[in-house]
Design a protein around this ligand. Structure first.
Ligand code: ADP
Length: 443
């Protein structure tokens, strides 16, 4: 159903008002028509009621149309205004439209069709403008809201950045503290070890059996403490990115056999078999032998520590451009849910203070960082109660040292954990090219 339009006709000429009324009635416009004869009545009607359209005579007796339009604007009364001009007043109509009138029509051309059409157009246009103004207003508001949120976010970002800087500084200080303390403790520890060894030599006087036993305990505990201190020192250096590899060409099986030899007595003490199988065409590698030994020694110490019966196997083999070191044991095994954590610093499967197996929880974190620096990978397979297998894949010839990142990339595949320890992706063809950082050596 057509809506009823509220229309205000403002004209001081009774005849003209009647002509408008007749034209609209004839055009069958559903309307509530209000008529006023001067400008003041028009303003007060508009202030007190709302209208869909005003038909305004351009030249009233008490004031002209421009004045009325200005008053409407300053009172923020929003209504479409159609100017009804007298003969020859077109120029005035144009001025009024510039001031804000919606349209104009010469009184001489008022017919039912023209008036109804101009009225409807004016209302439609006004409503569209109102809608657009509303949308604009909403846009402005949401823009302001966004600006405010952006400012808040920026503030938060700056705070987080500040906190990050503080954290980095705290972490740097912690690493520095750890490095200093462990370095300082190593000197007296070496003295204790040295003097214990001297005391045990017969040429410095015969000790009683009990005394020798006690000195041996001092020696063993000091050696153990020194290992722990070295771990903490290495870890803090790795964290501070201050640990450097010292690569050279060396015979891998030789280092492997010597390292296995170092652990043999421990394995024998637990009645564990310890077998080495080397399968290399080319035994030479370009790497840091001290760090390769450290990796293997850590894996072997763990294997012995966490194995109560059975044995430990070390296997060394090669694939193009890579050497692979595998350490298997028949120990307690590791549950898949712990795979991820044990490579993190200070993390152990059993974190309780009453745990059966001693240790700092740094060994695997150090191995992980070292293997990363060498551009290699670690693979872990394990089953609770059955045993574990740590597989280290290393480039035969390490390239420029990559920085070790403390959190390893993880790829879980069933019971298998795969540490992508390569920071720089390297295809086999790339690795045969001259390495950046270290000289190219023909192996
Ligand atoms: P630590 O041996 O000093 O505790 P590691 O970083 O070397 O620290 O090892 C972290 C944890 O991973 C160990 O505490 C243990 O729970 C688990 N783990 C490492 N190697 C083995 C293994 N061969 N068998 C069973 N658990 C192991």
């Amino acid at each position: 159903m057509e809506e009823t339009l509220k229309i205000l006709v403002v004209d001081d000429d009774e005849v003209d008002r009647m002509a408008v009324r007749r034209a609209l009635t004839k055009a069958c416009v559903r309307m509530e028509l209000t008529e006023v004869g001067d400008g003041n009545d028009a303003i007060s009607a508009l202030e007190n009621h709302s209208y869909d359209c005003v038909l305004l005579d351009d030249c009233l007796l008490d004031q002209d149309g421009l004045n009325i339009i200005h008053k409407l604007r300053s009172s923020e009364i929003k209504v479409p205004v159609v100017i009804l001009t007298n003969q020859g007043d077109e120029q005035i109509a144009v001025e009024l439209m510039k001031a804000g009138a919606t349209d104009y029509l010469s009184k001489s051309r008022v017919t039912s069709e023209t008036l109804a059409q101009i009225l409807r157009n004016a209302i439609r246009l006004h409503r569209a403008e109102m809608k657009a103004a509303l949308a604009n207003q909403q846009l402005r508001e949401s823009h302001e809201e966004l600006l405010q949120k952006n400012q808040e976010l920026e503030k938060q970002r700056q705070q987080i950045q500040l906190q990050n800087l503080k954290l980095l500084e705290a972490s740097r200080l912690k690493s520095q503290f750890l490095a200093t303390i462990s370095h300082e403790l190593r000197t007296p520890m070496n003295a204790i070890i040295g003097f214990s060894q001297i005391l045990l030599r017969p040429k410095f006087g015969q000790l009683t059996h009990q005394q020798a036993d006690m000195v041996e305990r001092i020696l063993n505990n000091s050696k153990h403490l020194l290992i722990l201190l070295n771990e903490v020192l290495d870890f803090s250096k790795l964290e501070a990115e201050q640990l450097e590899l010292k690569p050279e060409i060396f015979d891998l099986p030789k280092v492997i056999n010597t390292t296995v030899g170092e652990i043999r007595s421990l394995a024998e003490a637990k009645k564990l078999s310890l077998l080495v199988q080397t399968n290399l065409q080319n035994t030479l590698v370009f790497n840091d032998p001290v760090r390769v030994r450290q990796i293997l020694l850590n894996l072997l110490s763990n294997a012995v520590k966490f194995t109560e019966s059975g044995g430990i196997w070390v296997e060394v083999k090669e694939i193009p451009n890579q050497v692979i070191i595998i350490v298997r044991d028949t120990g307690i095994g590791i549950s898949p849910r712990d795979f991820k954590h044990i490579f993190e610093a200070f993390r152990q499967v059993d974190q309780s203070t009453t745990r059966k197996y001693p240790g700092t929880g740094l060994g695997l974190a150090i191995i992980n960082s070292l293997v990363r620096m060498m551009g290699g990978k670690i693979l872990l397979e394990s089953q609770l109660g059955v045993g574990s297998m740590f597989k280290i894949e290393l480039p035969r010839q390490i390239t420029s040292p990559t920085i070790a990142v403390s959190t390893p990339a993880l790829n879980l595949d069933g019971d298998e954990i795969f540490y992508s320890a390569q920071n720089s992706h390297q295809s086999p063809s790339q690795s045969s090219k001259a390495p950046i950082g270290y000289p190219h050596i023909k192996l």
